[in-house]
Design a binder for this molecule. Structure first.
Ligand SMILES: [Zn+2]
Length: 299
């Protein structure tokens, strides 16, 4: 067995354990993953699904970063990375994990313009990074906000932004068909989803918060319609969430139920504190608790 595959096996084993992360690590840390002597347990969690012609490796940050996901789609000869984490430490872990797989990264893709999926792209600055023209236009509107968030985090890396050259529609990733779709005015202004019909996989990113509190500032009606459309996908086996572990299709029904309850709660509550308390009480085990702070913007 090659050194590389041994290294990969040991990291997969280690990835199952999620540990605590310090503030210093969150902004600046880099874990040495290049050789077995320096392997440190990942702070995030890696989940692996073998699905027909692809293997999906999902790197999920811990609760400290709202369980945000970087998905790595492994095909016969290459890796294709979807979204790049928020904090540099977790992005660095995701990059180290990708490098351990021993295949070149053919490209990185941005699903939408929110900073928790983009700021960590600095760890992939040697990789082609693309999104659709519409998502790129949204990215341009948010550049001031990215800089403010980086300052708050003490993140001194240079922002690495995608080009807007990605075509929406049917694509070919290393011989595997991918259907890239644009969803407007749902969780974000524009969101890309990535469907792999031969694999029974849809990477829905922030259209699905799996066992996690959903961002409360989206257009819930459009968002629920988009989830219903994903749920109706033929042969669907696994859904890649934007936050929370990759899930079975049943998680979509749960997310629709959450969004309905969230909207009713926001409408019925006198203030943000009351609404947050009601959401926390109804979903006591949900992750992504920091996302509840955005409820304040609804009042
Ligand atoms: Zn997100």
């Amino acid at each position: 067995m090659s050194e590389l595959s041994l290294n990969r096996r040991s990291m997969i084993k280690l990835a199952a354990s999620a540990g605590a992360i310090s503030g210093a690590f969150a902004s600046t840390g880099r874990i040495a993953l290049a050789d077995d002597s320096a392997v440190t347990p990942l702070s995030g969690t890696v989940t692996i699904h073998k699905l027909g012609p692809i293997t999906l490796h999902s790197y999920t940050a811990p609760e400290a970063s709202a369980m945000v996901n970087t998905h790595i789609v492994e095909t016969a000869n290459a890796l294709h990375v979807i979204d790049a984490q928020f904090l540099q430490g977790f992005a660095s872990e995701a990059r180290g994990y990708a490098d351990s797989l021993g295949k070149p990264i053919a490209g990185m893709y941005l699903s939408h313009s929110h900073p928790d999926h983009l700021l960590g792209a600095a760890q992939f600055s040697d990789v082609d990074f693309v999104t659709s023209a519409a998502v790129r236009a949204d990215v341009d509107k948010n550049q001031g906000m990215y800089q403010r968030r980086k300052e708050q985090l003490g993140d001194t890396t240079e922002l690495y932004l995608p080009t807007g050259s990605l075509e929406v529609g049917v694509g070919d990733w290393d011989g595997v068909e991918v259907l890239i779709s644009e969803v407007n005015d749902a969780e974000a202004a524009v969101t890309l989803t990535f469907a792999f019909p031969e694999a029974g996989l849809v990477i829905a990113q922030d259209l699905l918060y799996a066992n996690a509190h959903a961002f409360p500032l989206g257009n819930a009606e459009n968002w629920i319609a988009a989830l219903q459309s994903i749920a109706a996908t033929d042969g669907l086996k696994v859904v890649g969430a934007g936050h929370g572990l990759p899930a079975s299709p049943g998680a979509i029904d749960d997310a629709i139920g959450y969004l309905s309850f969230q909207q009713a709660t926001l409408a019925d509550s006198a203030d943000a504190k009351t609404a947050i308390a009601a959401l926390s009480k109804a979903y006591p085990n949900y992750g992504g608790r920091d996302l509840l702070s955005f409820v304040n913007f609804r009042y």
